[in-house]
Design a protein around this ligand. Structure first.
Ligand code: ADP
Length: 394
């Protein structure tokens, strides 16, 4: 029947943040979304997470979506414990809570969302899908920092990486587009070929990952989402000596300086005008020097990181762009490809100009290394994981 849910049933996908709850009702088989929206102003006029989730579930009921297959939640930090999505039980809730110190802005809000659904719909299966899980395959050489050992053993200081749900979706789709089944694992059709991808997830937060045969082997984000690439408001990599230097020069606290690196740096800090790549690109085009510099630093650092990740892979088969900037900015893609010609990448300008958020596809000329645009869909990945785990024998 047209528009009816597939055999798995509909999944409620929830992204519970500190001030908003985004939701979508997703058919995991077809990707259709009969309902979606956002509850805002949590903690103030929008009430608690519980209030918001109750309103969302009432809205689903009012629209005849009473029977759900399950609820899938985005959870930011799964520490070293979770390398895959998981059905939520009390022990899983405790584990997520135990990682709250690693993601103090996110995990408590994610937990509040899960607890609110449990109260409003006792018995509805719930699944936690972690941003960090996909990167648990990184080897120690990629995830350890060269710092005193007890920082790792006592304080869990290591590189975790984020955007994992997006990387999983995009790398599987890219493998299919490139004719590599099973996300690029070696197979009968490709006996020796482990597909080596660098995926650049460029949204408000930006990171890139090295993915070999469908497994993450390196990524640019670390202990927190502040490491790595230049982002909308985050600095990405800086000299760690900068914090002590500025604390001494200005008398400001570590928390204050960290906040400036998180919320007043990146494209915003460099341009002095905006964290939005559209605004930066338009201003740079008009000749605004600070916007030009912001764009130059963004592209310089991105190209350098991609080349570093290619080294982590021991070679590169394809570079994949995704998320807001990756899917939409012809300019950023073009400039990055121009910088990476030495790796074997060559832009097809007509294809690059043609591919946007809805299309996706190849943007390189034929050559040893392909470049692709692949629109990401974290909601669909969460819905699929939820359907899979709800259906699995327990
Ligand atoms: P989030 O990380 O919050 O999910 P998105 O993936 O939607 O965000 O990415 C948002 C960013 O995408 C915006 O900050 C903007 O800079 C960028 N963006 C969106 N559309 C365009 C465009 N047409 N050209 C350049 N950048 C764009």
């Amino acid at each position: 029947m047209a528009g009816s849910p597939g055999s798995s049933g509909l999944v409620l996908v929830l992204n519970s943040g500190s001030s908003s709850v985004k939701y979508a009702l997703v058919d995991p088989d077809t990707g259709e979304r009969p309902l979606s929206g956002q509850a805002e102003n949590i903690g103030t006029s929008g009430g608690s997470h519980h209030d918001a989730i109750t309103r969302i579930l009432d809205h689903l009921d009012d629209n005849g979506h009473v029977d759900l297959a399950g609820a899938g939640h985005r959870v930011v930090h799964g520490g070293e414990r979770f390398s895959d999505s998981v059905l939520v039980d009390d022990e899983v809730l405790d584990a997520i809570r135990s990682f709250s110190h690693l993601a103090p802005l996110h995990n408590p809000a994610n937990l509040a969302g899960i607890e609110a659904v449990a109260q409003a719909r006792p018995g509805l299966p719930q699944v936690a899908v972690f941003d960090t899980a996909f990167h648990q395959t990184m080897p120690p050489a990629a995830y350890r920092y060269a710092v005193p050992g007890e920082w790792y053993t006592r304080h869990a200081v290591r590189r975790y990486g984020f955007h994992g749900t997006s990387y999983r979706f995009v790398s599987e789709r890219a493998a299919t587009l490139l004719g590599h089944p099973s996300a690029g694992h070696p197979s009968a059709g490709h006996p020796s070929a482990v597909l080596r991808l660098v995926v650049a997830h460029l949204g408000n937060g930006c990171s890139a990952a090295a993915i070999s045969g469908g497994r993450s082997v390196d990524t640019t984000m670390g202990l927190t989402p502040m490491e790595g690439l230049v982002m909308g408001t985050r600095s990405g990599d800086v000299d760690p000596g900068l914090l002590g230097y500025l604390a001494e020069q200005t008398g400001r606290s570590a928390a204050d300086l960290t906040d400036a690196l998180d919320t007043r740096s990146g494209l915003l800090g460099l341009s002095g005008a905006s964290n939005d790549m559209r605004t930066i690109s338009e201003a740079a085009e008009r000749g605004d020097e600070r916007a030009r510099l912001a764009l130059d630093v963004f592209v310089h650092r991105l190209a350098k990181a991609i080349a570093g990740l290619a080294a982590s892979l021991g070679g590169l088969d394809a570079l994949v762009f995704t998320a807001g900037i990756g899917e939409n900015s012809v300019l950023v893609r073009s400039r990055v490809l121009a910088r990476l010609g030495f790796l074997g990448l060559a832009e097809d300008p007509a294809a690059n100009a043609a591919h946007g958020r809805t299309a996706g596809g190849r943007i390189s000329r034929p050559g040893p290394v392909q470049a692709l645009v692949v629109p990401t869909d974290e909601e669909l990945m969460i819905a699929r994981d939820t359907a899979r785990l709800v259906a699995a024998p327990r």
